[in-house]
Design a protein around this ligand. Sequence first.
Ligand code: F6R
Length: 245
Amino acid sequence: MIRVRLFPTADALAHALALDIARRIARDPTMVLGLPTGRTPIPLYREIVRLHLAGRVDFSRVTTFNLDEFLGLAPGDPHSYRMFMQRHLFDHVNLAPRRIHFLDGATRDVVGECGRYERAVERAGGIDLQILGLGLNGHIGFNEPARALVARTHRTSLKPATRRANARFFGNRVGAVPRDALSMGMATILHAKRVVLLATGATKARCVQRMIEGPVTPRLPGSFLQLHRCAEIWLDRAAAADLQS
Ligand code: F6R
């Protein structure tokens, strides 16, 4: 069963998760972390940076893999997820650049790039802790709702709702949001030893309820976390508002 942890606010959640990550890195300095972008993890990254600057967490031997990247955007593009991560985390902690892994949105060989990423995850020994956000339509990574889901890292078409949600990172111009992305697949995510999905704010409440209390369905990819041995959903009060139990 999915374990749910409730916090009064998004900031309290971010603080608790940053401390949890710092403790785990202290126990296992070579930990492999899977990371999301988006609005939700911003307070978490702020807290992690704070702990790092206070000398309470050392990333020098940690490895990271990000979940996804827009197709067609080079790593240095200001709208790329890579640059988002630079701004919010990578520029402020002591991660070794060679241990930061990202899908290359500018690749000309999509299949080769996806295979390279899968092999890199495998070579790193798999992901120890995968942090996830939740799309308004239930996506995790960029595994969008569909009749069938894709197991491994792949090219995916973004749903109009997902492009609208990302418009804020593109000067509120939906038309500027790429139509396609590269994303870790469902198996890449579900093979992580521990998964923590974060959802905050009232807009996520309905989807959170369906994900935890509804059936496991490719129409709501986050519901597959119900099948994971060690999945936790960390919520603030607003995102938990529709839960029945
Ligand atoms: C981004 C990602 C997405 C987001 C999701 C929620 O790397 O994997 O699944 O986590 O779209 O985004 P926010 O947090 O902006 O609501």
